[in-house]
Design a binder for this molecule. Structure first.
Ligand code: AMP
Ligand code: GLY
Length: 427
């Protein structure tokens, strides 16, 4: 089989490595892929959001199955268009993807179907939003841009001044572009966060092993929010009891709601949850695999990924097992110093081979490129170093040992990925 995978980050690298394990897979085209994905697939320099370019490529090549991974091409309907061309494609329709691309849609869906989430109001005028915030007078308050904003469209304002600045930056200065036409003002929730990725064919839902993201740039959860600086799996806060509640109160109601709304969700549905004192609540939905979560979840997957993708799109997930290793995984993101703000690119990278020689260690490429046979940095998040072990402390130790073998100038990584999970267990 020839596969087409749309995207080019660490998450896509983890997906492609997993897809390669299927013996039927002959060739994988990655659009655009990256410097490291080039080892596992043929990279073609067509951007994931270049819908016409992707369709043109798919038309002129033999593609048996496609997977659209990132949020923006899904929101643009790329998966629908590939299917219209007759190519079986993993990924939700644009209509279903709105569960991520419009936070207003997602919040209204949860309200309508009584799915637990933070209380909120939607505004299309900055003054109205400020009036509401002033009247509520409860801080911190959470202010979110409606649309996609690279995972950075959420501002937690600690006082009236910060709230005012956030509303103005989103709605008037449009720091997130059109995503800021509407804002959501939301109650601040507290509790441990859990990421649950799931496979769903619209009827059946199979949760994957849970994970914990580390969104802030610096140790101790300080500094600006990023796309994610590391992850561990499984998430120790996610007990069996919590899992049962989530299935009954959140997961199944969500896929039923999507079906009811005429937007059945088929693909990977990501639940960003907060375990509050009042029970688990949805912080956000994503219509896709999370990054870096995928870099800890997929290495633990025992079942063949392509077979699951096919079962999802054929509506046969109820007949398909989805099994995970009873092990732990830790992924440390190596970023370019300065990320998520300004950072250098084009810096030579060394040591990946040494890291990968370690048993149960994988190095996934995010922002890398090959130039004249040299591997260079090409983004803020550069590499994800994942290690598996029998338990979390073992996985953390191994991931850090591997990360220590890799070098590029100005490399920055958090030294405490997984520590929050350990402290929960009293270690
Ligand atoms: P999101 O992009 O919606 O996942 O938000 C990014 C991060 O902001 C989340 O992972 C949370 O840590 C935080 N966050 C979002 N909404 C809330 C909320 N209502 N209360 C507390 N923290 C929040
Ligand atoms: N790591 C969070 C996300 O992928 O949105």
């Amino acid at each position: 089989m020839n596969l087409l995978v749309i995207g080019g980050g660490g998450r896509e690298h983890a997906i492609i490595k997993k897809l390669r394990e299927n013996k039927q897979v002959k060739k994988i085209y990655a659009l655009p892929g990256n410097g490291g994905i080039g080892e596992d697939a043929q990279c073609v320099p067509i951007k994931a959001t270049d819908v016409e370019g992707v369709l043109e490529f798919a038309k002129s090549h033999k593609v048996d199955f496609a997977a659209v991974i990132p949020d923006d091409p899904l929101a643009l309907g790329l998966a629908d268009k590939l299917r219209e061309m007759g190519i079986p494609t993993f990924g939700p329709t644009a209509q279903a993807a709105e569960i991520e691309s419009s936070k207003v849609f997602a919040k209204n869906l949860m309200q309508k179907y009584h799915i637990p989430t933070a209380d909120y109001q939607v505004f299309d005028q900055a003054e109205k939003a400020m009036e509401y915030i002033t009247q509520k007078n409860k801080y911190p308050v959470v202010i979110k841009a409606d649309g996609l904003a690279l995972g950075k469209g959420v501002i937690i304002a600690q006082n009236p001044q910060a709230a005012k600045e956030a509303v103005e930056a989103i709605m008037n200065e449009k720091i997130f572009g059109k995503s800021g036409d509407h804002v959501i003002v939301e109650e601040f929730l507290q509790g441990p966060e859990v990421s649950v990725l799931s496979f769903t064919d619209g009827e059946t839902l199979r949760p994957m092993v849970t994970s914990m993201d580390h969104k802030r740039a610096y140790d101790g959860d300080e500094g600006p929010n990023t796309g994610g600086m590391g992850a561990v799996a499984p998430n120790p806060y996610y007990t069996k009891e919590v899992a049962e509640r989530c299935m009954e109160e959140i997961f199944l109601p969500t896929i039923r709601a999507m079906k009811q709304e005429g937007r059945p969700f088929q693909g990977c549905l990501y639940f960003g949850l907060m375990l509050t004192e009042d029970g688990p609540k949805v912080i956000e939905y994503n219509c896709r695999f999370g990054d870096p979560e995928t870099q800890v979840v997929l290495p633990l997957l025992k079942t063949d990924l392509l077979t699951i993708f096919q079962a999802v799109m054929e509506g046969k997930l109820s007949e398909q097992k989805v099994e995970f290793l009873d092990k732990a995984a830790c992924c440390v993101i190596l970023a370019s110093g300065g990320y998520p703000k300004n950072y250098y690119t084009g810096l030579p990278i060394s040591g990946i081979g040494d890291a990968e020689q370690m048993e149960d260690v994988s190095v996934y490429h995010a922002g890398t490129k090959m130039e004249d046979g040299k591997l260079l940095t090409a983004g803020g998040r550069v590499l994800g170093v994942t290690a598996l072990a029998n338990d979390l402390p073992g996985a953390m130790e191994k991931a850090y040992e591997a990360a220590g073998k890799i070098h590029f100038d100005n490399m920055h990584y958090r030294r405490d990925i997984g520590r929050r999970a350990l402290s929960m267990r009293g270690e």
